[in-house]
Write a protein that binds this ligand. Structure first.
Ligand SMILES: Cc1cc2nc3c(=O)[nH]c(=O)nc-3n(C[C@H](O)[C@H](O)[C@H](O)COP(=O)(O)O)c2cc1C
Length: 216
């Protein structure tokens, strides 16, 4: 029998995870750790399973310096071991949906024709969206992946900071995203906290559960 160590996720979220303000730039994640973070992103749920996004791992220090300037100088962008930019597709085109159907057919070894109904539902949904609504729909899926990353990292003892404090258009420009039909919406520097980061000792500020949950 496989022995699985039980992880108390609530304990990790209470006592370990916090939005890291200052990273220790000398401490690096291993390739395996980074690959596992990327796997956690890829395993995220998304509407219909479409995954309308791209995660850009920015390793080039010069590019990260430029991105920091476009993020109001927030040092996490350059100091964290790794930087992941979450970019969502700016449209939902039929070609993208067809590729997804191809993937299901191959992965699950089912005839493509058997998936025609599902394909029509997705195309119908996409047809009913304005360009802005499609982009917004895609962006929302991206945040599910962000949540997954934060929880995964907390469980694994990796620090992260979710960040929206940057100029998305400037990020698009620096990373060449617009021409790829993508828009940068949120970022996650990941790595290890600096001992000097006072925020790691700050008490969690949260509304009472009774205020954010309604039982009907
Ligand atoms: C979508 C999003 C955007 C955020 N943007 C920034 C940011 O630009 N810079 C930063 O230092 N923290 C940012 N934060 C961190 C929040 O301030 C932090 O999560 C919140 O204060 C709760 O604290 P905790 O995560 O440490 O529990 C962001 C968090 C989220 C979820």
């Amino acid at each position: 029998m496989e022995i699985v160590e039980k992880v108390d996720v609530i304990e990790r979220l209470t006592n370990f995870r916090y939005a890291t303000k200052k990273f220790d730039s000398s401490k690096k994640l291993t390739e395996e750790q980074v690959n596992n973070i990327l796997a956690a992103l890829n395993l995220s749920a998304s509407s219909f399973g479409l995954q309308p996004y791209k995660f850009i791992l920015v390793n080039d220090p010069e590019v990260r310096e430029k991105l920091k300037n476009a993020a109001f100088g927030q040092t996490q962008v350059t100091d964290a071991s790794h930087l992941i930019v979450f970019a969502h597709k700016t449209s939902m085109d039929h070609g993208f949906i067809e590729k997804y159907i191809d993937n299901i057919a191959t992965t699950r070894d089912v005839p493509r024709e058997a998936l025609g109904g599902f394909e029509d539902v997705m195309k119908g949904t996409a047809n009913n969206l304005t360009e802005d609504a499609a982009a917004y729909w895609n962006a929302r899926q991206t945040y599910i992946a962000l949540g997954n990353l934060l929880t995964y990292c907390a469980v694994e003892g990796i620090d992260a900071c979710p960040m929206e404090g940057f100029d998305g258009n400037a990020f698009d420009e620096i990373l060449g995203l617009k021409e790829k039909g993508l828009h940068a919406v949120v970022i996650a520097p990941v790595g290890y906290r600096s001992e000097e980061d006072g925020m790691q000792h700050a008490k969690k500020v949260r509304r009472p559960i009774s205020e954010i949950v309604e039982v009907i």
